[in-house]
Design a protein around this ligand. Sequence first.
Ligand code: 5AD
Ligand code: SF4
Length: 458
Amino acid sequence: MSTGDTKGTKRLLIRTWGCQMNVYDSERMAEVLAPLGFSATESPEDADMVILNTCHIREKAAEKLYSELGRLRVVKDARAESGHATVLAVAGCVAQAEGAEIARRAPHVDLVLGPQTIHRLPEMVARASRAGGLVLDTDFPEESKFDHLPAHRPAQGVTAFLTVQEGCDKFCAFCVVPYTRGAEASRPAAAVLAEARGLVAQGTREITLLGQNVNAYHGEGAGTLAALLYQLAEIPGIARLRYMTSHPRDMDDALIAAHGDLPQLMPMLHLPVQSGADGVLAAMNRGHTADDFRRIVDRLRAARPDLAFSSDFIVGHPGESDADHAATLALVREIGFASAYTFKYSPRPGTPAARAPYQVPEAVKDARLRELQALMVEQQLAFNNSRIGAQFEVLITGPGRHPGQIAGRSPWLQAVHAEGPETLTGQVVRVEAIAASANSLHCVLKEPQQHPSEQHAA
Ligand code: 5AD
Ligand code: SF4
């Protein structure tokens, strides 16, 4: 790269795949590179540095990465011919899992870094530009990246993510996360609260706490996710709190109670169940049965009656029979989800399920996926329709798609459109839903609007 550039003249492109934790990591990578003079661009041709932040959780992640790297090689060569260097970095879980293999198959890559070493990026960029050759850092370092990332983050907007926990010790049979993100680790409450206060001071009203296993949170100074939520709810100006992704096994009494106690905690919970069949859940090493899940849902609904659920499902896990699949459909009908992510099982190298003898044929997986997805579309639409005529609070996030329209988020994470002034951005306003589609609600504002200082949560 051209090290002689003056501050602010270098362009950075980050492409992000996968979960919200990757979105958060990408934001933080942009932040640590800003002091080196990098600002964002969308165009690879203009980019002095490109970071591909990858996801390894399902399907062909590596193939997608190598084809993207093939396209970027052409761009890098063309830029080199016109005298511009390009630093090409691969980050995230594919980088963690494949490490040196990436360098072997794509020698034009300059940096390979895992999710736990993003704070070392400035140093890696300097090393790459000084010495050339590959810089590889896929350690699970002793020090936490969070202790080395800037405490103060730039403004994030009305809604923001905040990572409080990383890694997973659950070892579900199908999942690579425990291998790519490492063991469970929680940030101290003081660090989380400081980051939250900083976000709120810059206009954030809704914070979603992130973690691969967020309800296993056990950070110093709080001890449990419930305790952390109570502490966060004390911060003036936080209108809304959410958290994801949770494991049913860690849904403890205090957390269930928090859903009843804390008006800031929004009534939409992402709680993956993966399957409705006990045999499959056991093969998955989930540590809970379908009835355990039903009981948790019942207790949560008793604590917070308007609580809606979303979930993750895998069809075609090794050993899944037609009867098992029927049990999943039955569970879905019984619970009634507001939304869901449905996946076809994809064998991940190195995981126990990939070695299981009874792999489900692809055509069967396809048919089961279609069936489950059709049911989910129906449930999502039914849930959205059930809001029509209801009044509730919406957090306005900015202008809408059409002139005179504003956009926002319902308590249940639905996209909301309404006629109204953009000056309401950042405020929680009362609305009535008048129409629904599969993906959004159309609403009208209701009078009187509260003064922002009197606002609590929806
Ligand atoms: N195949 C299919 N889906 C998977 N998930 C995780 N690993 C796999 C896999 N090997 C899904 C799970 C998880 C979500 C983030 O991705 O449903 O909850
Ligand atoms: Fe993967 Fe299971 Fe951990 Fe979730 S709980 S990250 S599915 S191992």
